[in-house]
Design a protein around this ligand. Structure first.
Ligand SMILES: NC(=O)c1ccc[n+]([C@@H]2O[C@H](COP(=O)([O-])OP(=O)(O)OC[C@H]3O[C@@H](n4cnc5c(N)ncnc54)[C@H](OP(=O)(O)O)[C@@H]3O)[C@@H](O)[C@H]2O)c1
Length: 247
């Protein structure tokens, strides 16, 4: 049973309450929410994947966040590690989305500079909507041609993918409710660009050990960005934090 610590309430949090807590604000530009899970020792992976880190409550919130999003955005490293084949939402989610004015499936967008993505892999072949590949002008032309058969390939920068260009592309497509599911390199990019509006971080009651990454990697020339706690839920010793950009 998920309950709320902030604001404090002993009541069980049902799906309707989760929808209210995680509702996107109404904005005229992309609102960027990141969702991550980490072990209590800070590890963002166990055995190279995040799946072992999340408990049932995390999975429930993970599904609700997808249900509410216009687009699921991921880095190529996460696609290569975790697969991302097939529909991202189930039948109930599609019904709920249709009843709430959303497209049946969220769009799916992947950030890749190398375009080292298999066009015959499940990410592309079993996607219910044509994926969006966000790359740079420096990407290999042959891979770009191959991927253009199965996805919309868009240049978002000259040498690397630029966060401002990514957000401009999503905005141009009317995809304002952005759910970024990682990974650590992409979160690092968005932190540097001051483009993280919200971080949903599940902290699992686990000590993962190992040498897995933190949830954000890369240079941090700008120093820390301040956040405020927007909500805090719990179930079975896990904490489901939701932080907003401090105003
Ligand atoms: N704990 C969690 O919640 C969670 C969530 C997501 C992922 N993960 C884990 O994180 C690991 C993957 O980490 P990662 O850092 O490699 O993943 P990532 O951030 O998903 O992907 C990194 C890749 O994205 C592309 N990329 C990112 N920024 C770019 C830019 N500015 N310009 C061009 N390309 C850019 C590059 O792809 P190319 O190499 O194709 O150029 C880069 O190698 C996996 O083990 C996964 O399981 C954990």
């Amino acid at each position: 049973m998920i309950t709320s610590l902030v604001p404090a309430s002993p009541e069980a949090i049902d799906d309707g309450a989760l929808h209210g807590i995680y509702a996107y604000p109404v904005t005229d530009r992309p609102f960027v929410r990141f969702n991550f899970v980490a072990a209590a020792d800070g590890a963002a992976t166990s055995g190279g994947f995040s799946a072992e880190l999340g408990n049932d409550g995390d999975k429930r919130i993970f599904a609700v966040l997808r249900r509410l999003a216009d687009v699921v955005l991921v880095g190529a490293g996460t696609v290569r590690a975790e697969g991302y084949a097939g529909a991202l939402v189930d039948d109930d989610d599609r019904s709920w989305r249709a009843a709430h004015g959303l497209a049946p499936h969220p769009a799916i967008a992947v950030i890749s500079g190398s375009l080292n993505l298999d066009p015959s892999g499940g990410f592309f072949r079993s996607a219910p909507v044509r994926p969006l590949v966000l790359t740079s002008a420096a990407a290999p032309a042959d891979r770009r041609t191959e991927l253009a058969e199965v996805a919309d390939v868009v240049e978002c920068g000259r040498d690397t993918v630029e966060v401002s260009a990514v957000l401009g592309e999503l905005e141009g497509r009317g995809l304002l409710k952005v759910l970024c599911e990682g990974g650590p390199a992409v979160l690092g990019d968005f932190i540097r660009s001051d483009a993280v509006d919200e971080l949903c971080l599940s902290i699992s009651p686990l000590l993962a050990g190992g040498d897995g990454p933190r949830i954000a990697v890369g240079d941090s020339p700008t120093g820390p960005r301040a956040l405020t706690l927007a909500s805090l839920l719990t179930e079975d010793s896990a904490l489901y934090t939701r932080y907003r950009r401090a105003s």
